[in-house]
Design a protein around this ligand. Structure first.
Ligand SMILES: Cc1ncc(COP(=O)(O)O)c(C=O)c1O
Length: 396
C-alpha cells in the first residue's frame, strides 16, 4: 500500500520507542533499569482522581464543546491570571488531548509550505516533526552547554530569513532542564518584536523548577502576549500524562482556527476529565511541593554521580526531571572490538551490556549527549548509575 509522502518525512517518537523497548525487555524477564521515562513516577493526586470518578458517576460521559467546557477554560484563565498575571477570555483558550496535541493544532493552524520555524536544539522530539507535518521547514539552531543550552540573539539573527514565521521556546527544557531568566527572555522578545515574529512558548515544565530559578513565560513580557501562543498542560505538574490534557492561550483568530481543526479530528478533550482540570488548577497544590522535593534530591545526586565519571560531564538542570550529560568523551572507545561512535552507539551499548535504558541525544538534535530521566525511584537511579559507571570502566 502506498503511504502519503507526509509520513515519509517524519519518524516515530524516539522517547516513546525507547520506553517501549525497555518495558518489553522487562516483560521478557530482563532486569532493565529505565532512565527513559518522560512522566513523573508519582500517581495522580487522589483529590483530582475523585473529581473525575464523581463526574463519571454523575454521567458526564458525552461530547463536550470542541475546545472543552467553560468551567475548565475558566480554571485555566484563573491560573494564567494568578501565575502569569495575564488576562485571557474564553475565546483565547482551547483544551486539547495533551500539550502534544495542542502543539500539533498550533502547527496545523499556523504553518504551511514555505514557512520556516526556528527550533533551538537540543529540542523536544516532536517540534521538528510537527512542523514538517504542517509542510513547513524546521530550522534548527544549536545551543551549547557553555551557554547553558540557551539560544542567543546572535544565533537567532543568523537563522532568520524572510520566510521565518515563528520561534519555539521551551523553558524549562526537555531534554536539558535548562531555563531562561526573565532578563534572557527580554533579549529574545526584543528580537522577536523587531523581526515581527511569533513565539510558541511551551511552558509545560513551569512548575518543576529548582534552586532559586523563577519561571517567566515570554508571553508575560511587554508586547509579547499578542505574539505568543502559550502552551501548557497538566501532564507533568499534576502527574496526569495518561489523562491527556493540554491547552493553549492565544489570539481569538488562532484559537478559532485550532478549534476548527480539532472539530474535524478529535472533537473534544475527554468529558469527565473537565472537572478534574478545575480541581487540579484550583485545588491544593501541595502535591507539587512533595514531588519537587523528591526530584530535587535525585537531581543533585545524579548530576554529582555523572560528573564524577571519567569522560562524562553533566550540566546542572534548573527544571524538569531530566539530565542531559555529555558522553562524547567516551566516543571512539570500544567494547569487544566494537567502537562506540555516537549517542545511538552508546545507548545501545548500555542497553545490551548493562541493561540500562537512556535516550540517545541524537533524538533531540545533539549527538554528544544522552537524556536520563530521574522520574524514577532513588533505588533505581543508584542501581542504574552503578551499572553505567561499571559499563564505562569496561570500555577499552
Ligand atoms: C517539552 C514538552 N512539551 C510537550 C509535551 C507533551 O505533553 P502532553 O502531551 O503529555 O501534555 C512534553 C511531554 O513529554 C514535553 O516534554
Amino acid at each position: 500500500m502506498d503511504l502519503a509522502n507526509r509520513v515519509k518525512g517524519i519518524k516515530p517518537s524516539p522517547t516513546l520507542a525507547i520506553t517501549a523497548k525497555a518495558k518489553q525487555m522487562k516483560a521478557d524477564g530482563l532486569d532493565v533499569v529505565g532512565f527513559g521515562a518522560g512522566e513523573p513516577d508519582f500517581d495522580t493526586p487522589d483529590n483530582i482522581k475523585e473529581v473525575a470518578i464523581k463526574a463519571l458517576r454523575d454521567g458526564m460521559t458525552k461530547y463536550t464543546p470542541v475546545p472543552g467546557t467553560n468551567e475548565a477554560k475558566d480554571a485555566i484563565i484563573r491560573k494564567l491570571k494568578r501565575d502569569q498575571g495575564l488576562e485571557y477570555g474564553r475565546g483565547n483558550i482551547i483544551i486539547s488531548c495533551g500539550a502534544k496535541h495542542t502543539l500539533y493544532n498550533v502547527a496545523q493552524a499556523l504553518f504551511q509550505e514555505g514557512d520556516e520555524v526556528i527550533i533551538p536544539a537540543p529540542y523536544w522530539v516532536s517540534y521538528p516533526d510537527q512542523v514538517i507535518l504542517a509542510s513547513a521547514e524546521p530550522v534548527i539552531v544549536q545551543t551549547t552547554e557553555e551557554n547553558g543550552f540557551r539560544v542567543t540573539v546572535d544565533d537567532l539573527e543568523k537563522a532568520t530569513t524572510d520566510r521565518t514565521r515563528a520561534l519555539v521556546i521551551n523553558s524549562p527544557s526537555n531534554p536539558t532542564g535548562a531555563g531562561y531568566t526573565r532578563k534572557q527572555l527580554e533579549k529574545i522578545a526584543d528580537f522577536v518584536i523587531n523581526r515581527d515574529l511569533i513565539v510558541i512558548s511551551d511552558d509545560i515544565y513551569e512548575m518543576l523548577i529548582y534552586d532559586d530559578f523563577e519561571f517567566t513565560s515570554i508571553a508575560q513580557l511587554p508586547g509579547m502576549q499578542e505574539r505568543t501562543i502559550l502552551v501548557n498542560g497538566l501532564s507533568k505538574a499534576y502527574s496526569m500524562t495518561g489523562w491527556r490534557i493540554g491547552y493553549s492561550a492565544a489570539s481569538e483568530a488562532l484559537t478559532s482556527a485550532m478549534t476548527k481543526i480539532q472539530s474535524q479530528s478529535t472533537s473534544n478533550p475527554v468529558s469527565f476529565v473537565m472537572p478534574a482540570v478545575v480541581e487540579a488548577l484550583d485545588g491544593p497544590q501541595d502535591f507539587i511541593t512533595m514531588m519537587l522535593e523528591q526530584f530535587d534530591k535525585r537531581r543533585l545526586y545524579i548530576v554529582d554521580r555523572l560528573n564524577s565519571m571519567h569522560g562524562v560531564s553533566c550540566f546542572t538542570p534548573i527544571g524538569a526531571f531530566y539530565v542531559f550529560p555529555n558522553f562524547s568523551g567516551l566516543y571512539e572507545r570500544s567494547f569487544s572490538g566494537k567502537k562506540i561512535e555516537n549517542s545511538n552507539g552508546f545507548a545501545d551499548y548500555l542497553l545490551d551490556e548493562a541493561k540500562v535504558a537512556i535516550v540517545p541525544g541524537i533524538a533531540f538534535g545533539a549527538d554528544e549527549f544522552a537524556r536520563l530521566s530521574y522520574a524514577s525511584s532513588m533505588e533505581n537511579i543508584i542501581e542504574g548509575l552503578d551499572r553505567i559507571e561499571a559499563a564505562i570502566a569496561a570500555l577499552e
